[in-house]
Design a binder for this molecule. Structure first.
Ligand SMILES: [Zn+2]
Length: 337
């Protein structure tokens, strides 16, 4: 037998062996990867006939959560939580995956940071470099969490305590929008009075701690006292979810846009950049997280839980560790460049 014929026979036997292995391993509904593998194997076969692939079925995985609620407590430094104190938030953390050393973006300012939080993109990409309500600037011109949730047919809701936050996304992506120029407890009370129980994505913003920080200083008694009230507002919000039977299907993420020092924030120093990131709800494995989370990961985590496709241009990644999934050293984007 010539060397060439031995080669051909060996190739044929190897290919057949591989093919039978694929068939033996194939589940009833063959996932796409197996079909791709079969196609690759068929391409290496010496046969000239077109291979017939088994029909493929790619089941859409069920979302981990039917709803996501993101609460941003404006200006909340993690070290203020035990000082205020915030017993309801602390209690929630017992059943949460959380980090008290998550980072916001630079500039650590309210509007750019919230756009990063909810668009999954660094400031260099979303371009919102202003921090006032400037209607002439329009809306952040990037695909954000509200855009993709609304496009997927989810009801989208925003209750915010600062007017400029309406520039985060286009009005067409928000089904229910309320700007309430008042304290956190009043914002929550207004929300509860007309609670949108069909929501798929809800963003709630508490402004009071930031206001008090600018007037009296970060970690001042005045700021801590309003954080104690924000904690009561959190309890009221959670009770409402419980009363409506929505708690078990809602991923809750409680975080902030920035910290602060003295009477200001906006710099790249640790006290301004460090924020809490607390996730509770379906699929969450309670733990103190070791992942170095950046605020851009919030949108991606919400999209992941809702089983929404994450746009390729997003810089953030889901916080997989929060769902008990170990990361094999992915390089996370921290918006440093
Ligand atoms: Zn702020």
């Amino acid at each position: 037998m010539s060397r060439f014929r031995v080669f051909l026979l060996t190739l044929c036997l190897t290919t057949l062996a591989c093919m039978s292995e694929v068939v033996a391993l194939a589940p009833t509904s063959m996932p796409v990867m197996d079909a791709t593998l079969a196609t690759m194997l068929a391409a290496t076969s010496t046969s000239t006939t077109t291979p017939t692939l088994a029909p493929t079925l790619t089941p859409t995985p069920a979302p981990l959560a039917r709803r996501v609620l993101i609460l941003s407590i404006d200006g909340l430094r993690p070290d203020a939580i035990p000082l205020a104190p915030m017993p309801n938030l602390t209690s929630l953390m017992q059943n949460s995956a959380y980090s008290l050393s998550a980072q916001t973006i630079h500039p650590s300012a309210t509007l750019p940071a919230h756009v990063s939080m909810l668009s999954g993109q660094c400031p260099s990409k979303h371009g919102v470099n202003w921090n006032d309500y400037l209607p002439e600037n329009g809306y952040a011109q990037v695909i954000d969490l509200f855009d993709i949730a609304h496009a997927a047919g989810l009801q989208t809701v925003m209750y915010v305590g600062k007017e400029k936050l309406q520039q985060i996304t286009e009005p067409s992506s928000v089904d229910i929008f309320h700007y309430i120029n008042d304290r956190d407890l009043v914002i929550t009370e207004t929300l509860i009075q007309d609670f949108p129980e069909d929501f798929g994505l809800m963003f709630v913003h508490f402004p009071t701690a930031d206001w008090m920080g600018h007037v009296y200083g970060w970690l001042s008694g005045e700021q801590l006292s309003v954080l104690f009230r924000a904690d009561q507002a959190i309890a009221n919000l959670l009770s409402e979810l419980d009363a409506r039977g929505l708690r078990d299907e809602t991923l809750i993420i409680i975080t902030s846009d920035h910290g602060g020092h003295g009477n200001i924030h906006g710099s790249s120093q640790y006290e301004d950049m460090t924020i809490p990131w607390i996730a509770a709800g379906p699929g969450i494995q309670p733990a103190a997280l070791s992942t170095q989370i950046t605020t851009i990961d919030t949108a991606a985590t919400a999209a992941y839980a809702l089983n929404l496709p994450i746009p390729l241009e997003w810089d953030g990644m889901p916080v997989y560790e929060a769902f008990g999934i170990l990361e094999d050293g992915p390089i996370r984007n921290h918006c440093k460049n």
